[in-house]
Design a binder for this molecule. Structure first.
Ligand code: FAD
Length: 415
């Protein structure tokens, strides 16, 4: 049987997938294998999780969730999905500051690729990580904590350092949010007030299909009223019914809107754990630019709207605060990210990506590691301050290249 990623656009070439029951099982498998790669929940859109050797899934391991209330920290098993333990955190009075659009993704896989939500003060999901427990190439179990000289290089590690069996995450006190959607934001209002709009809530997402002279929806996740904008806002109108970000899709898949307050983990993701996230038939790409360039980048993309419109289901603009993690696409700069949910047409998408990347080139664009992109290694190397150090670190922790794969080999030289 052909095994694929969630989207079905990548057929894994791995010889087999193993499901060890515990850390010792992981250690044995890694020590005995020539080539290994961990498969998280398989939500990436490229071959980053593939290998010519063995894939390891941690989904069969004990669902470890240890909350240290005094330290405001939780340690979770790497294979757990955010939706598996968010209720537990909330019940204990804690929250994570940010979540991606879906709770279905594994913690270790999301962190490894720099996955993010939105918010001018929120870093990526990796920004919450304070420690990693990891099985390295020779089967040793190591711990790397914040403050260790290699920590900033290894958190967004692209799966190249070993099998992350557990992660410690910083917690904040549990909080509630209310979510409002605004329809039809005029494009010129966005261009004039983008920074204010993107900072209007705790987490803000602006959606456009590039098919009209307005941006279709703005999702504002904020504390309860009166902090959220009024019913008419920069020419957009507050929606009077629940929305799905993709026009025509069923809003029942989405978290509660219309200002109904609810816990952080039922408002920060757009999609509900018990429903298919997004459309279920799609490809995705995402590009990060410095936040101050968001309007210039929007205008650059606007010049090819007639080429994007036929193949895009929706495009989402979000913000991510700067963070010190070397390979995070938000490393060292407050960022705005242009996410594209494409139709399921690989040739059409791959044909357009180089044009998008050229248009965003003046903004030193960085692609999402878990989505489709065509930038070359030389381009990426110039975009990250610590690229060469990351390569050195890969060679140091995995000298024989046990965890490397075709994807990593394409972008990172080994010393
Ligand atoms: C519908 C949908 C919505 C999405 N929304 C967002 C979004 O809002 N924001 C965003 O930034 N991204 C988003 N993504 C992208 C997604 O978050 C990333 O692709 C993420 O990496 C998925 O996590 P995963 O567990 O499925 O990882 P996988 O795709 O399984 O693996 C990704 C990488 O992580 C490595 N890895 C996984 N587990 C481990 C481990 N235990 N130890 C070491 N390495 C490991 C793998 O080897 C691989 O290199 C979305 C994807 C989908 C399908």
């Amino acid at each position: 049987m052909v095994r694929t990623n969630w989207a079905g656009n990548i057929a894994f070439g791995a010889r087999g997938v193993h499901r060890p029951a515990d850390v010792d099982g992981v250690r044995r498998l890694v020590a005995e294998s020539e080539r290994v790669r961990v498969l998280g929940s398989g939500h990436s859109f490229n071959a980053i999780a593939d290998t010519t050797g063995e894939q390891i899934s941690l989904a069969g391991m004990a669902p470890r969730v240890e909350i240290d209330s005094a330290a405001s920290c939780v340690t979770v098993a790497g294979g757990l999905r955010y939706g598996d333990f968010a209720d537990l955190l909330h019940a204990a009075g804690f929250a994570l500051p940010t979540l991606g659009s879906l709770p279905h993704i594994s913690v270790a896989g999301a962190v490894a690729t720099g996955t993010h939500g939105s918010g001018v003060h929120n870093g990526s999901l990796a920004a919450s990580v304070s420690g990693l427990e990891m099985v390295t190439a020779d089967g040793d179990l190591i711990e790397i904590r914040r403050g260790h000289p290699d920590f900033a290089g290894m958190v967004v590690g692209l799966g190249g350092f070993g099998v992350v069996t557990a992660l410690s995450l910083d917690l904040v006190p549990a909080f509630e949010l209310a979510q409002y959607v605004y329809d039809r934001l005029p494009a010129d209002e966005f261009a004039e007030h983008a920074q204010q709009i993107l900072a209007a809530g705790y987490s803000v997402s602006v959606f456009t299909t590039w098919r009209a002279d307005h941006l279709d929806q703005v999702w504002v996740k904020g504390p309860r009223t009166p902090d959220v904008p009024g019913p008419s806002w920069f020419g957009a109108r507050r929606a009077d019914a629940a929305r799905h970000p993709v026009p025509g899709m069923d809003a029942r898949h989405c978290t509660a809107q219309l200002g109904e307050p609810g816990p952080w983990h039922h408002r920060l993701p757009h999609f509900r754990m018990d429903f298919t996230p997004s459309t279920g038939r799609e490809l995705q790409s995402e590009y990060f630019v410095p936040r101050e360039n968001v309007v210039a980048a929007y205008r650059a993309l606007d010049t090819i709207r007639d080429r994007m419109a036929p193949i895009v289901q929706t495009c989402e603009i979000r913000t991510i605060a700067a963070e010190p993690l070397w390979l995070s696409p938000a490393a060292g700069r407050d960022s705005a990210a242009f996410h594209f949910t494409w139709i399921d047409d690989t040739p059409a998408v791959l044909a357009l990506l180089p044009t998008i990347e050229d248009l965003l080139d003046p903004f030193a664009v960085r692609p999402h590691w878990g989505k489709l992109f065509t930038c070359e290694a030389g381009t990426l190397r110039a975009r990250y301050d610590h690229y060469a150090e990351f390569e050195r670190l890969l060679g140091q922790y995995d000298p024989a290249g046990k965890f490397t794969n075709e994807f990593l080999g394409r972008y990172f030289a080994r010393p």
